[in-house]
Design a binder for this molecule. Structure first.
Ligand code: NAI
Ligand code: MG
Length: 332
């Protein structure tokens, strides 16, 4: 039995985590959940954004499935997501985007995996505002060590999964130092895996190429902010935020979560698509080497996605979150 910390989160978080735990129970997955919340919900209840009990649970289990957490815009509330990623050095944010039969999009044959550096860059939290001068400085700290780690992780993943190409997205023509560090880090990793093609593209062109001919990409590696933007873009190519999974991975801990946020516009209405979190949970099962049950759940999900009428509204269907969940359970 694997002990896993479960963080339901805010907004649609509790609805989609319930969908996943129901499906796991029906499939008799050998996972025992240890529920510990964080975010707006715990703050309203106890005044704590990240309760100590949650940190203790994470440090013990070293593995979590996490719902989205609301981060208000502006000063005074540091993102819990960013905090956890930095505190536990979860330096890889791995986000696969794949065309799925049954999900109608403008594209075919997309199968790419984005590796986003998850602890540095413009999300380092190094921001100062001089009120007198009216100047804000936001420092995008990129380190040689951090760049080596994420670039090596992307190539090693490509190697393990029989993928053929790694594309680095950067802006080294303008952001020269940080961009060059990433290019050099990729060149080093590339020398270790010479059978994998390495190419680099400037981020603006990368965006154009992604919407124009996304099927040309395989593994993509990039810095934190670019990766955040590109992963929502890639979600849009394959059916939207409701279907794209993610994982925050470090050398000692992993937290699996969807790419999307807490979706306050649809929270509590039974409209949320749990596919993204379920796919994150399936990634978690592969991480635990529970491949058989992971594939079984994946198959039931893929079969359900073939029936648009059994899907949630974001995919053109009419099912509620719990009806969609039941359709998956019926196919297990
Ligand atoms: P969002 O990703 O929550 O929502 C964007 C749009 O996608 C909304 O129209 C929403 O209804 C839709 N959507 C998202 N997930 C969906 C799902 N599973 N099924 C159906 N539709 C879905 O982004 P937004 O609105 O910009 O952010 C809301 C909050 O979430 C913010 O406080 C933000 O900071 C937080 N956030 C948290 C993340 C995390 O915990 N990892 C990641 C991204 C945002
Ligand atoms: Mg994002």
């Amino acid at each position: 039995m694997h002990l896993v910390t479960l963080i339901p989160g805010d907004g649609i978080g509790p609805e989609i985590t319930k969908a996943v735990t129901d499906i796991f129970a029906a499939a008799q997955v050998p996972v025992q959940w240890e529920e510990q919340n964080a975010g707006q919900t715990t703050f309203d209840q106890s005044g704590e954004l990240i309760p100590v009990a949650l940190l203790k649970s994470l440090e013990k289990n070293k593995l979590a499935l996490k719902g989205p957490i609301t981060t208000p815009v502006g000063k005074g509330f540091r993102s819990i997501n960013v905090t956890l990623r930095q505190k536990y050095d979860l330096y890889q944010n791995v986000r696969p985007s794949k065309t799925t039969p049954g999900i109608h999009t403008r594209y075919e044959g997309i199968d790419l995996v984005l590796f986003r550096e998850n602890t540095e860059g413009l999300y380092s939290g190094l921001e100062v505002f001089d009120e007198r001068l009216g100047i804000s400085d936001s420092i995008a700290r990129v380190t040689v060590e951090g760049s080596r780690k994420i670039c090596h992780a992307a190539f090693a993943y490509a190697n393990r999964h029989g993928r053929k190409k790694v594309t680095l997205a950067h802006k080294a023509n303008i952001i020269k130092m940080a961009g060059t560090i990433m290019i050099n880090a990729c060149k080093e990793a590339s020398a270790e895996f010479p059978h994998i093609i390495f190419e680099d593209k400037i981020i603006d062109n990368m965006c154009m190429q992604l919407v124009g001919k996304p099927e040309q990409f395989d593994v993509i590696v990039t810095t934190n902010l670019f990766g955040d933007l590109l992963s929502d873009l890639c979600a849009g190519l394959v059916g939207g935020l409701g279907v794209v999974a993610g994982a925050n991975i470090g050398d000692n801990m992993a937290i699996f979560e969807a790419v999307h946020g807490s979706a306050p516009d649809i929270a509590g209405q039974g409209k949320a698509n749990p596919t993204a979190l379920l796919r994150s949970a399936i990634m978690m099962l592969h991480h635990l080497s529970e491949h058989v049950v992971a594939d079984r759940i994946d198959k039931a999900l893929e079969d359900t996605l073939l029936h648009q009428d059994q899907c949630t509204g974001d995919l053109g269907g009419h099912a509620t979150t719990s009806e969609f969940t039941q359709h998956i359970i019926d196919k297990l």
